[in-house]
Design a protein around this ligand. Structure first.
Ligand code: ATP
Ligand code: MG
Ligand code: FE
Length: 345
């Protein structure tokens, strides 16, 4: 099947066409630069940018694929989770297109899209695979029984997401939003063992009670306190070392828990997705720990990790192939869509 996928959960307006497992076009417009000076995404600015970009982005995706709307078999759009005002633009636009062209429409879960997209690079999923989703808003370990029908949450962050934790420390260090990529770059030149960064839920009773859960809220406080002490005693802050220690700690916890989850579940494959999986320290650690334990780690190229339309279209193809019923014409957005829900009814 040929599916048009539309994405507008946060600051990317994106559209893509997937045919089977082939990516025929992939267009992303971002309002990221408009938010940089505020230190975070401003929902009203993002919504307006979606409204302006929606039609040109969809037209470009169709044109790049050499198709017209009449040629697609279905349309898929992210219905959640995300910023309500942003979701509303993408979903109402998609409903209008689906109505005008008389196409089935799927309101899909954006986070499950981050898992589905890996098929474009690595092919179909093995049965019973595990998935680690790491992004600005999510950090979760999932058991993927069938990406079109059944996904179980095995573990999740009890507080901040990994990307959020990086963005907070980045702000402390004076990097512009989003700070994750800046930390990544500095970390490559630093000493990962220079300072101690707490590894939440990895020791004692907490580790036993939460074997696959994460906690990153203590990290920012610990790093902030360490920087204050340095400054109070008149020492320079070694930015590269701070970044390297932070990245090493977060990547180690994520990799160990995810691979342990695979072993406990008997899965020999780990799917990785979400914007934070662009992080080079995490990519390195996952491949290393995975190789040590015989788990194949599937991390897509960076352009498929961050938000895009291909992830939405790919999940749409899975839904069409599985014969899942399209969403009702008046399905609502769900800004807090749970990961157990793959498509709106
Ligand atoms: P969600 O998918 O949970 O709705 P989101 O869409 O905001 O959240 P993504 O766009 O998937 O998230 O990811 C953005 C996050 O990824 C930001 O926190 C950003 O700092 C982080 N990020 C991107 N590249 C890197 C990198 N190289 N190293 C660390 N973090 C990164
Ligand atoms: Mg984004
Ligand atoms: Fe995302």
């Amino acid at each position: 099947p040929i599916v048009l996928g539309i994405e507008s959960t946060c600051d990317e307006t994106a559209a893509a066409i997937v045919q089977g497992r082939t990516l025929r076009s992939n267009v992303v417009a971002s309002s990221m630069n408009e938010h940089a000076r505020y230190g975070g995404v401003i929902p009203e600015i993002a919504s307006r940018a979606h409204a302006e970009a929606f039609v040109p982005v969809v037209e470009q995706a169709l044109a790049d694929a050499g198709l017209e709307l009449a040629d697609v078999d279905a349309i898929a759009v992210s219905a959640g989770p995300g910023l309500a005002g942003c979701l509303a633009v993408g979903v109402s636009g998609a409903k209008a297109l689906a109505y005008a062209a008389n196409k089935p429409l799927y309101g899909i879960n954006h986070v499950i899209g981050h898992i589905a997209v890996t098929q474009l690079q690595f092919g179909p999923f093995p049965d019973d695979t595990m998935a680690l989703i790491v992004s600005g808003g999510h950090t979760s370990l999932l058991h993927v029984r069938d990406v079109a029908r059944h996904v179980d949450v095995v573990g999740t962050t009890l507080d901040d997401a990994a990307g959020e934790c990086f963005d907070k420390v980045a702000r402390l260090l004076g990097f512009p939003y989003p700070g994750g990529p800046h930390i990544d770059r500095h970390a490559r030149q630093g000493d990962p063992h220079a300072i101690r960064v707490p590894q939440g839920l990895t020791q004692g009773k907490a580790a036993v009670r939460h074997p696959y859960d994460f906690s990153f809220s203590g990290v920012k406080t610990a790093v902030a306190r360490w920087i204050e002490e340095q400054q109070a005693s008149g020492r320079d802050v070694p930015v590269d070392d701070v970044c390297a220690s932070l990245a090493d700690s977060v990547a180690t916890v994520l990799a160990r828990k995810a691979i342990r989850g695979c072993l406990a579940n008997g899965s020999d494959t780990l799917i990785v997705g979400g914007g934070f999986s662009a992080n080079s320290q995490l990519r390195g650690k996952l491949l290393e720990v995975g190789a040590d334990h015989g788990v194949q780690v599937r991390i897509p190229k960076i352009g498929l990790c961050t938000d895009n339309g291909a992830m939405v279209a790919m999940l749409g193809v899975n839904l069409v192939e599985a014969g899942v019923k399209p969403s009702s014409p008046d399905f609502p957005i769900d800004s807090a869509m749970p990961m157990s829900k793959i498509v709106m009814e």
